[in-house]
Design a protein around this ligand. Structure first.
Ligand code: PXL
Length: 279
């Protein structure tokens, strides 16, 4: 591509606000790898450090909320951020700072409501989920919960796909800025050979909620660490490239499915391995 230095193009940027995973599978590390492999520019502001490897999360250390604010403010003041993707927040103080910063942001806000790591380690106390709802989900345009997160946020049992979709639809009444909700089906009907993910999207004019599904073969593998972070980041990146939710959904489902397949036979450590974004 020829670069015109007199009229340089503004580079659209997706900013990830999330935790750091030193083993490279989840959090900020997964987000940035995803942005690069899809071909969008990614920035990253860190909310928490975690200490973990493929065997699980050992501990986490929240960043001073003042410093979370500083990181995000400086990026937003300078770069051309069109999409913000939010992952692990860690504490109510950090949630409130992020909520405050989102109040003036006009672009897409993709919230992956990280509450617990796949090994069960809490990454946000359950009592703080109300705060996450009030300050961040309330300002999000897209929400990408897995089944456990959907249950906690809605208080519904969501025992089958229909119940999960109904619970998802009810979120649009509660959170007025939401345009799309993706319910990831990996933990729905776990005995089936097919996984079905659901997109629920609010239609522009009518405000009606439309639903779309994408199905793919279930891969029986332990190497799924960071799939949630990767999915939400892929959704943000593809939305930046395509400008609409359905295409972002289909592309993100396909992107993660291909990565899970490629990563299934690899050995990274002795526990649940990450996705091989580099392949
Ligand atoms: O997958 C959820 C998640 C998000 N962010 C960070 C994590 C994890 C899971 O371990 O460590 C930083």
């Amino acid at each position: 591509m020829e670069i015109n230095s007199k009229h340089p193009e503004k580079v659209e940027t997706v900013l990830s606000i999330a935790g750091s995973d030193p083993s490279g599978g989840a959090g900020i590390q997964a987000d940035l790898k995803t942005f690069v492999s899809i071909g969008v520019y990614g920035a990253a502001a860190i909310t928490c450090l975690t200490a973990q490897n493929t065997r699980g999360v050992s501990a986490y250390l929240p960043v001073d909320p003042y410093f979370v604010r500083k990181q995000v403010e400086l990026v937003l003041q300078d770069l051309f951020v069109t999409h913000i993707k939010i992952g692990m927040t860690g504490t109510e103080e950090i949630i409130k700072v992020i909520g405050d910063l989102l109040a003036d942001f006009k672009g897409e806000v993709i919230c992956d409501p990280v509450i617990r790591a796949s090994d069960g380690h809490a990454l946000l106390e359950k009592e703080s989920v109300v705060c996450l709802c009030d300050h961040i989900i309330n300002r999000a345009t897209v929400l990408t919960p897995n089944l456990a997160e959907l249950r906690i946020i809605t208080g519904k049992a969501c025992t089958d796909p229909n119940e999960a979709v109904q619970a998802g639809i009810a979120l649009f009444d509660r959170f007025k800025g939401l345009r799309a909700v993706v319910i990831k089906g990996g933990h729905l009907e776990e005995e089936t050979e097919t996984v079905t993910d659901h997109l629920l999207a609010r239609e522009g004019e009518s405000g009606n909620i439309i639903t779309k599904t994408a199905s793919h073969k279930r891969v029986r593998t332990e190497n799924t660490h960071g799939t949630g972070c990767t999915f939400a980041s892929a959704f943000a990146a593809f939305h930046m490239l395509k400008g609409e939710y359905e295409q972002a959904f289909l592309n993100a489902v396909n992107f993660v499915d291909r990565l899970v397949n490629k990563s299934a036979s690899l050995k990274f450590g002795t526990g649940c391995g990450p996705l091989a974004h580099h392949l």
